[in-house]
Design a protein around this ligand. Structure first.
Ligand SMILES: [Zn+2]
Length: 499
């Protein structure tokens, strides 16, 4: 039995839900998401074992492509008669891969190209980190690990595609009482482009997101963009975003210092580049607060220092790198980076009483991802769509006995005014071009490490909530946009009612 067929079994279990519980759209979507947990975990487990570095995601994309092709084939075979969405074959491009899902009108039986198209994005690359030996289901690729949770991102979006294309048509028909009043989720209110993106972890050269947006034309015909990132530092299972900047400009400062070198016994005969480097590090401490003011969030942190090879030699060269993080708008960002380089040059200038030897210094800021700036109305729309699910967490029968206690205790919190973080994210390239929203899904595990650390250990029990997030975006956001609430339940009026 192939792996993807095993996933099918996860869906075969009993759905012990009282009939009145699934008469609304949100309770059906909640139910589908909740039941997708084993599938999402299976996808995640398989992806976790084969992490690949940026621009090397061959096996990862092959696995995702195979799963998508399977979903496409199954949904065509099983649901051809009552199809409410069609899906393209996966389209490969330089920055990754995507499928388009088109809503099919139950009235005309045809796709509606006039519906808004939302882009949903998951990144898929791993990191050059060695996963600890004892981890269950650990990476089989030496010195490579999914240490940022991108395996979870891919698994959640893949599971969402399966739920939309296969489970929804099947379960809607099976579960809804025959005399249930409309609205039914028989048609998607939007068209979708689901993107599996390479090379997010690529702060220096153009990243996968940059390439998809600027070279592959992935935003052609797209109206809005949405992204989700698991976040180990936030309470598991809850959603966080911000109406404006959520993540920072992530630039790098490189400082190269060259002197003439010399004998360790003759420091008076040369200028020591390690001394110069130390002056630069000390001189830049607090430079951001001094120039930007203490109210401007910023981090200017030395990250790499290299020089020297023998204890009796004054080296010729030293190199320093700094992480440069802030939320400065485009023009101001460039201006301040120039100021920073200028300051480095001044710090390296020999004092009049210093050594006579010449020193050359080169300071360069290498631009990384721009700040990730959300659209306030899209964040509010996602929060409102997610809020529809809150009451269902109180409803134990929907959850089944096994996970009911934990999920009920966790409940669902949605914070649309969360504090921004100084991490960088290349979803910014999408948000620079289209309105949309980027969210965090809390995945804290007690004792688990931070992102990019070998001890990174996000809580995998939140995966189904990621599927729920994508369902909320697909079914809840557009109706909010149109302000069409007819039919009662959110997501039930608007487009579908008119078709
Ligand atoms: Zn990440």
């Amino acid at each position: 039995m192939a792996d993807h067929e095993k996933d099918e079994d996860a869906f075969a279990g009993e759905w012990d839900i009282p009939s009145h519980e699934h008469s609304s759209l949100s309770s059906l979507l909640f139910l589908l998401a909740r039941h997708s947990s084993p599938v999402a975990e299976a996808y995640r487990g398989r992806l976790h074992r084969i992490p690949e570095l940026r621009w090397e995601e061959t096996k990862t994309l092959a696995l995702i492509e195979k799963a998508l092709l399977h979903v496409r084939a199954e949904s065509t075979a099983k649901h051809n008669d009552e199809r409410y969405a069609t899906m393209t074959e996966p389209v490969r491009c330089k920055g990754g891969m995507y499928v388009d899902i088109a809503s099919v009108s139950p009235v005309t039986g045809r796709a509606d190209p006039c519906l808004p198209r939302l882009l949903l994005r998951a990144d898929v690359d791993g990191l050059p980190v060695e996963e600890p030996a004892g981890n269950p289901g650990r990476s089989t690729h030496p010195r490579k690990m999914h240490a940022c949770g991108h395996d979870m991102h891919a698994a959640m979006l893949l599971t969402f595609v399966r739920v939309v294309m296969m489970w929804l048509p099947e379960k809607v028909i099976e579960l809804l009482p025959e005399d249930a009043p409309p609205p039914f989720p028989t048609a998607l209110p939007v068209n979708l482009r689901c993107v599996f993106q390479r090379a997010e972890e690529n702060p220096v050269t153009p990243s996968g997101g940059y390439v998809l947006v600027n070279e592959d034309g992935v935003l052609e015909g797209v109206d809005e963009v949405y992204g989700l990132h698991v976040w180990a530092g936030l309470p598991a299972g809850h959603f966080y975003s911000n109406p404006s900047a959520l993540m920072a400009n992530s630039d790098r400062l490189r400082v190269r210092i060259s002197c003439c070198g010399g004998h360790a016994s003759a420091p008076h005969g040369t200028r020591n580049p390690i001394d110069v480097a130390a002056d630069v590090v000390a001189g830049l401490r607090g430079f951001d607060a001094r120039t930007l003011g203490p109210m401007e969030p910023s981090a200017l942190v030395p990250t790499i220092s290299s020089s020297g090879s023998a204890s009796n030699v004054i080296p010729e060269r030293a190199e320093l790198w700094f992480g440069v993080r802030n939320f400065l708008p485009r023009g101001r960002r460039e201006e301040w980076n120039g100021q920073l380089c200028q300051q480095v040059t001044e710090l390296a200038r020999p004092s009049p009483s210093g050594s006579p030897a010449a020193t050359s210094i080169e300071a360069t800021v290498i631009k990384g991802h721009p700040a990730t700036i959300n659209n306030a109305s899209r964040v509010a729309a996602v929060c409102a769509a997610l809020a529809e699910f809150v009451p269902h967490f109180e409803s134990a029968p929907l959850l089944g006995p096994e996970m009911a206690a934990r999920e009920k205790e966790r409940g669902l919190k949605i914070d649309g005014n969360a504090r921004p973080v100084l991490g960088g994210e290349d979803f910014s390239h999408y948000l620079n071009a289209r309105p949309g929203a980027f969210f965090f899904l809390g995945a804290h595990t007690p004792g688990g490490g931070d992102h990019h650390a070998p001890s990174f250990d996000p809580d995998a029990s939140v995966l189904w909530r990621g599927v729920m997030f994508w369902l909320a975006v697909a079914y809840g956001v557009v109706d909010d946009l149109e302000g069409a609430g007819g039919g009662g339940e959110k997501g039930g009026g608007g487009k579908r009612a008119k078709r």
